[in-house]
Design a protein around this ligand. Structure first.
Ligand code: DX5
Ligand code: ZN
Length: 217
């Protein structure tokens, strides 16, 4: 699979000016929207009403990352709101296969995320139910953290399993992605790259997106 996809995270954007912040990343492949509930992670961001407004004005598709408890209850509503992909955490889902199927039948791509210390192996038999696996490369909750090199073997093992099963499953990485770390993540087999501070922390988000895309290929 080609390393096409740069998904800027609006966690590092100006929340008071979201519409213009979205317009600054119009060259991205999708916008990564981090939903946090101050329970699954020790931080609080935004929820369904704001995601619906982002969906209405965004120039690019929405990639929703749910860092919330009770994913089974809430995730399908983000798919129904029109998100292109909805990613729930494996640690927060009671019935991940049923949930992935619900997301797909609501018209979204189904993603499943793993915290850095969660192994991928128990989930390999359900790869066919998923469109994307998100390997967290920092502990979820905050932007601006450093990439955890210890996640590289898991990226590699996931990529091998996806290749071995010959499935069209994207491998997303999220956390600490820069022009340097994106190279190692791509070499390990990641195909979709979330970047918050390395895009919105610069004066030129479009330039940062282009530089990340170049580095990943
Ligand atoms: C962290 C979020 C990330 C975050 C990444 O829990 O899931 O999407 O925005 O931010 P950076 O790229 O700054 O690590
Ligand atoms: Zn995220």
């Amino acid at each position: 699979m080609s390393t096409c996809c740069i998904h800027p995270s609006i966690l590092s954007a100006d929340f008071v000016n979201l519409q213009s912040e979205l317009d600054r990343i119009a060259t991205a492949d999708a916008v990564h929207v981090d939903v946090m509930d101050n329970s699954f992670v020790p931080n609080l961001t935004l929820g369904l009403p704001i995601v619906k407004r982002i969906q209405a004005v965004s120039p690019v598709p929405l990639d929703v990352h749910l860092m919330i408890d009770d994913a089974d209850r809430w995730a399908p509503q983000y798919a129904e709101a029109g998100a292109a992909s909805v990613t729930f955490h494996a640690e927060a889902a009671q019935a991940p296969i049923r949930l992935a199927r619900e997301l797909r039948s609501a018209g979204a791509k189904a993603g499943m995320a793993l915290r850095p210390a969660t192994a991928v192996e128990p989930y390999l038999d359900m790869l066919g139910e998923l469109d994307m696996v998100l390997i967290m490369t920092v502990e979820p909750g905050f932007g601006g953290q450093s990439f955890l090199e210890s996640t590289l073997p898991k990226i590699r093992r996931t990529a091998e399993a996806v290749r071995g099963a010959n499935l069209p499953v994207a491998i997303q990485v999220d956390g600490g992605i820069t022009e340097e770390t994106i190279v190692r993540a791509a070499e390990a087999g990641a195909t979709v790259f979330v970047a918050g501070s390395s895009v919105y922390g610069t004066d030129d988000p479009a330039g940062a997106i282009a530089a990340l895309r170049q580095a990943a290929s």
